[in-house]
Design a protein around this ligand. Sequence first.
Ligand SMILES: Cc1cc2nc3c(=O)[nH]c(=O)nc-3n(C[C@H](O)[C@H](O)[C@H](O)COP(=O)(O)OP(=O)(O)OC[C@H]3O[C@@H](n4cnc5c(N)ncnc54)[C@H](O)[C@@H]3O)c2cc1C
Length: 507
Amino acid sequence: MSRKYVPVIGAGLGGLSAAIHLKARGYETEIFERNALTGGKMSEWQVDGYRFDTGPSLLTMPEVIDELFAAAGKDRRDYLEFAPVAPVCRYFWPDGGMLDASTDMEEMIAAIAKISPRDAANYPAFMSYCQRIHDLTAEIFLHTPIHEWRKVMKKKFLPSLFNLHRIDPLRNMHNGVRRFFSDPRIVQLFDRFATYNGSSPYLAPATLNIIPYVEHGLGGYYIRGGMYRLAEALTRLAEEMGIRIHTNTEVTQIIVRDNHVKGLVVNDEFINSSQIVCNGDVVTSFDKLITGYPRKKARLNRLEPSLSGMVFMWGVERESSQLAHHNIFFSSDYKKEFQQIFEERRAPDDPTVYVAITARTDATHAPAGCENWFVLLNMPYLQPGQDWPAMVKKMREAVISKLLKSGIDLRGKISLEKVLTPEDFYQLYGSNRGSIYGISSNGKSNAFLRPANRSREIEGVYFAGGSTHPGGGIPLVLLSGKMTAALLDERERNTTEQTKTYERQII
Ligand SMILES: Cc1cc2nc3c(=O)[nH]c(=O)nc-3n(C[C@H](O)[C@H](O)[C@H](O)COP(=O)(O)OP(=O)(O)OC[C@H]3O[C@@H](n4cnc5c(N)ncnc54)[C@H](O)[C@@H]3O)c2cc1C
């Protein structure tokens, strides 16, 4: 085994990214993944001629993936094909209104005008506002480890730091959207982007209005063959680089002495290492893998987790209907929906329903005459007393009756079903209380409260993934792996030779 060894816990996208970046920087690394499949929440289910993505369905900021392949000396196009999706999403409202969202400015103005001409006129100004937030924040918040003050206080960031008031941090996202739009349906359409990082538009800062720009301004993509092709391609890339990936292999302990990491326990073996990257959820990893640190654990457990979700994967007899690849059926009272999710922590009475059908783009994902429906509802994170089997039953009925009101009759047409609840997200991926995007942004300072990529308490422990900076979602977790690898490398260069562990030693 060569010098500079770093084990990685977890082969989610953040773990794969960290391992690839470390290897590209000359580290010897291997990944321990407790599940049979790599990719973590990006996973796949195939049965009876159907293929489903069980996690992400929309890709934004694809250039982050291109950069990851380039860092490994490869061309992404040799592994993956990205396809823009048009419409980027089809929206349905309970009053019968419908809108096809487009990444083309003129088409989007025309689409909004059919619902609200006054709001259509304000769309360019809204997009400029969203772009301004993006331009002022992207480099500093998405590409820099913001907990490292020396990296933030750099000359190139001074314009951003002096202009922080222009990123709208004090208003909530909903009020930021309402400055531009008055029709409740258009407000709801843009409010929904808060859920992209698992938050409520009524609680998250208006700075999150960066997200509509990322999707509408920069574009939303599908990965040909299914989103899981990304996890598969990164796994292949890692293995081609010589990174060993041990699936079905759980890390059961991170060993710490005197606030320095000493190694890991895997399959009852101790693996000696003075630096590790953990892609598992930060809160769960502290709670389950690390002994001691009660104050840190209490602090982490006080942070509010993001939204969770309920997923129905349905094999459906093809509806001749008006559906696109991505579809949203809005609830009639959005505020109440978020109140029931975040305050009452129960399934909403009237859920907003997201339906993704990859068979609309890749016909081979379902048998002839059928479709693979991925139906996602926002759900509360886990708390004692919730009755998930009862909530699944209630939500299945709610979805079917909601779609019926929009003229889509699923009765007797669902021949296959698999359901995922917040309990499954906890069991399958160890995500904190079943949340799917780490810590929520339901607060003005949550971007700073999110756990750092480099542990302050334990020297040599690094985190990569959605529960650490810069947050959840495909591009962000990949960036998190990149930042983590860079931080670790920097520390390695600044550490004296005597204190380093160079070899993987099983004791
Ligand atoms: C239903 C759903 C829909 C989503 N939709 C989108 C979308 O459309 N677009 C988008 O960009 N994002 C979406 N996301 C979010 C996105 O999937 C996640 O942010 C991202 O995949 C998380 O990656 P991660 O690196 O944090 O790791 P995870 O995916 O959480 O993976 C962590 C890995 O670590 C492993 N692990 C944990 N502990 C141990 C241990 N002790 N030993 C060994 N292995 C361990 C786990 O098994 C897991 O494989 C969605 C997520 C879900 C669930």
